[in-house]
Design a protein around this ligand. Structure first.
Ligand code: FES
Length: 216
């Protein structure tokens, strides 16, 4: 079964399961708000056709690496390096790309690299999540573990991250565990630290990023 299209976001993943984009859904379909940003508008920052001089750079496709910084996703301020103060406690999630500080390039060549970043009271985090958090700031892959739709909606009333495709919900305070829905495993978590006043990746994702099923 093909995953329902999300607004303006890639609707298919590759046959080899790598998650790379094969085509994009219509940008005129349902609008969703992600981190205070209209997803349809935000697609300007989703993986776009690469320029000829970028095509050969594998850094853009690599998953987040230790010592990567985080670059803001949203239209206004897109590409700015995220500082801890940018992630408001108990606020909406920020969307970000990993940013290679050596090459000075965002890892925006794969949709699987998009990250949700949130800030919670450290005392509310599970022990495992606390160990991965940077002063209460946690990060996860923004891709559902069911069929790789976006997990960018924050349901404040339930305090869960939500996937619009089949209603899976994840608890970001508890390692991204599945609260409800068909998702078979937690969201991959991305351990963070603070270095030189900026958020930095401490370790790779805790598990493989992507869905369990390949859509065609
Ligand atoms: S893709 Fe099915 S619940 Fe997210």
């Amino acid at each position: 079964m093909a995953a329902p299209a999300s607004p303006g976001l890639p609707s298919r993943i590759s046959a080899d399961g790598s998650g790379e984009i094969e085509e994009a859904a219509s940008p005129t379909s349902r609008r969703a708000v992600v981190g205070g940003i209209c997803a349809a508008a935000a697609t300007a920052w989703l993986p776009a056709p690469v320029r000829a001089d970028e095509a050969a750079d594998p850094a853009r496709n690599m998953r987040a690496q230790p010592s990567d910084l985080l670059a803001a996703f949203k239209n206004e301020g897109a590409g700015a390096i995220i500082k801890p103060a940018d992630v408001k406690r108990d606020g909406q999630p920020l969307l970000a790309w990993p940013f290679d500080p050596a090459k000075k390039v965002a890892r925006d060549g794969s949709r699987l690299n998009l990250i949700v970043v949130m800030n919670f009271d450290p005392s509310s985090l599970s022990e495992a999540e606390l160990a991965r958090a940077a002063d209460g700031i946690v990060a996860y892959a923004a891709v559902c573990t069911h069929m790789a739709c976006w997990v960018t909606d924050w349901l404040a009333s339930k305090q869960v991250l939500h996937c619009q495709c089949h209603q899976s919900e994840y608890d970001p305070r508890q390692g991204g565990r599945v609260v409800s829905g068909p998702a078979p495993r937690p969201l991959p978590a991305l351990p963070l630290r603070i270095a030189d006043g900026r958020l930095e990746v401490k370790e790779p994702f805790t598990s493989r990023v992507g869905g369990e099923q390949v859509t065609r």
